[in-house]
Design a protein around this ligand. Structure first.
Ligand code: AKG
Ligand code: FE2
Length: 370
């Protein structure tokens, strides 16, 4: 939808800032540039309680996995150690950083720089990608999360691209497509190795989860997020607390913090190690592991100085496959905690609902009390 000037649609009351629907704003980047340090619209007030519950003491305990150990098949003892460490990270946090992953610093920088260039294109040039035809549209540009179903909006613009099993990508800015292709291929390979190791950590064959989820034909969604500096960061969020839909999401950012993960009911700031990849477990991993590896709830907070960019590559199962808890895990006496559903169905639910904690996963729980 073409953005209309914000002023024309604002409802102004004397006591509170205007309430403006995100679909009228069209791009929060453009809005923030025009709005300057003025109060933000009340429709972006998503924080209702003071932001005082950050567990600073836990930040240094975020697990770090040396990826080179996971691929050191010539040294089974060291690899087995890394597999156990990875299983523990999935069980205790659902979140970890990986070092020695083999992706060059240059490629990571190019991805971030081109992402910034994309968002810096004039609004007119991004119109062709406007997100108004549903979640299976290969290339979507929009703002907030899903303005049509939200009560409050989020201070974020996004580009979402389906990069696997078919590779799609915008043809601009120049060179972005090539960089994104190389990056997404490498991320898929890393995610595949992680899923093999995760499979082993659950006591299954290495190939078991890759085969069961049809990972080699799986869906990959690259989300290129831009969070402009926000004059009232204590009132708004870039993304609400949520879990991701796929198996594993791999994230990089432009050196500006903002990601928080939930651990033991408290928020933990993520301050990634230099050049590492940040990984979080998604809902499909919770379902296939029958609840052993829970998807992690996370959110993006804002600041009033810098534009933040993050690139999250979500790696999921094959779209048309019926998936639920892995059969080897539930064939003994263990009770299945999740219904089987196609990932296609699940992805649709998650992308079109109001994003909130684990609301999509809750829809496929067999016993919602769990
Ligand atoms: O920007 C971030 O750090 C979080 C992004 C995110 O959660 C997502 O794209 O699903
Ligand atoms: Fe996320």
């Amino acid at each position: 939808m073409a953005p209309t000037p914000a002023k024309a649609t604002a409802t102004v009351s004397s006591s509170e800032p205007p309430k403006i629907h995100a679909s009228h704003i069209g791009s929060i980047k453009a809005f923030a540039e025009a709005n300057g340090v003025g109060p933000i619209p009340s429709s972006y007030h998503s924080i209702t309680e003071p932001r005082d519950d950050v567990a600073h003491d836990l930040a240094a305990s975020i697990p770090v996995i040396d990826f080179s150990l996971l691929t050191s098949h010539h040294d089974p003892r060291r690899r087995a150690f890394a597999v156990r460490q990875l299983g523990k990270a999935c069980a205790d946090w659902g979140f970890f950083m990986i070092t020695n992953h083999g992706i060059s610093e240059t490629l990571m920088e190019q991805v971030i720089n081109k992402s910034h260039e994309f968002h810096n294109l004039p609004i007119e040039e991004k119109k062709e990608f406007a997100d108004n035809k549903g979640p299976f549209t290969p290339i979507r540009h929009g703002t907030s999360f899903h303005p049509q179903s939200e009560k409050v909006h989020y201070w974020r613009d996004y580009l979402k691209v389906l990069t696997h099993p078919q590779f799609n990508f915008p043809h601009k800015p120049y060179g972005f497509k090539e960089v994104a292709y190389e990056y997404c291929e490498k991320i898929r390979e890393i995610a595949r190795n992680l899923i093999e190791a995760i499979s082993e950590s659950l006591g299954l064959e290495a190939k078991s989860l890759v085969e069961y989820t049809g990972f080699d034909r799986g869906l990959t969604l690259m989300a290129v997020n831009l969070y402009p500096a926000c004059p009232e960061p204590e009132l708004a969020l870039g993304m609400p607390p949520h879990s991701d839909h796929g198996l594993l999401t791999v994230l990089i950012q432009n050196g500006i913090g903002g990601l928080q993960v939930m651990q033991g009911g408290r928020w933990v700031n993520v301050d990634p190690l230099p050049n590492c990849l940040v990984v979080n477990t998604g809902d499909q991993l919770e379902a296939v592991s029958n609840g052993r590896y829970r998807s992690v709830v996370h959110r993006a907070v804002l600041n009033n100085r810098d534009t933040r960019i993050s690139v999250a590559v979500a790696n999921g199962p094959e779209l048309e496959k019926e998936i639920g808890p892995a059969p080897e895990l539930v064939e003994k006496e263990e009770e299945a905690l999740f219904k089987c559903t196609t990932y296609s169905h699940y992805f649709q639910i998650q992308q079109q609902s109001r994003l909130s904690h684990k609301s999509a996963l809750d829809q496929i729980r067999i016993n919602p009390q769990n």
